[in-house]
Design a protein around this ligand. Sequence first.
Ligand code: FE2
Length: 282
Amino acid sequence: MSNSDYILKQCGACLGATITNINLTQELSKQVTESLVAALDTHQVIFFPEQDLTPAQQKEATKMFGPLRPSESFFDRLDDDPDIEIVINDEETPPTGTAKWHADLTWAKEPPAGTSLYSRKIPQGKGDTIWVSMIAVYDSLSERMKKYLDGLSAIHSWDMGLGGRQGILKKGVEHYMKHKNANPPIAQPLVRTHPRNGRKLIYVNPGFTSHIVNIPRKESDGILNFLYGLTPRPEFQLRHKWDIGTLAVWDNTSTQHAAVDDFFPLYRELTRVTFGGHGEPK
Ligand SMILES: [Fe+2]
């Protein structure tokens, strides 16, 4: 198999592509890595099925999409490696709110550009992940609505969401407050321009966005609920059914995701690597 002959097939209407005939443990040419990065920019989430990756190989494969960044989310690190998180759910550790629509760490000054997620153990037929293109959501709006939203900012808060904060709280109030104080609420543009492909996208999510600034709260609630009502529209989504050994890489700027909460208490294990490179939202 020559890695320059990989095959890309679009798998969703608005986002998603599956890439086969490639072995991510082998060295890839500059030309191939550049075309894979371009594929991510275009398709927003890409899948490499039938890969056999150690955590170190997952890190290596992820580096082509952007500089690795130590994760600041709530999952445990694998072997204390700051660059790799392990997501395990079983009877003892139920899923922690990842079923809610969100993009990762949008409360950060410079949120992650993307994440790779590699499936190690998957309950058959369950535990899917759904992604939605926020470019497609933006494109679906009327010119009137785009004009209204343009220039607005919304507050994103670390302590708003995802049940995973409970895990941090369990380690003690001091530990929790240290995280909370290190991540104060931040205003991000409601309409963001993707730094690589120049597309406009909606940049609010029910996981971390509390309100739009400088408009009445009821109006903010109404606008956010209207936008959140578009995210679950199936025509903007891609639902991925995991097989063991698939590496998914997603663009965390242009998409949101939600885990399908249908597998507890079955065992599910994935590893995550986060990368940067999209800068501060603009
Ligand atoms: Fe997430």
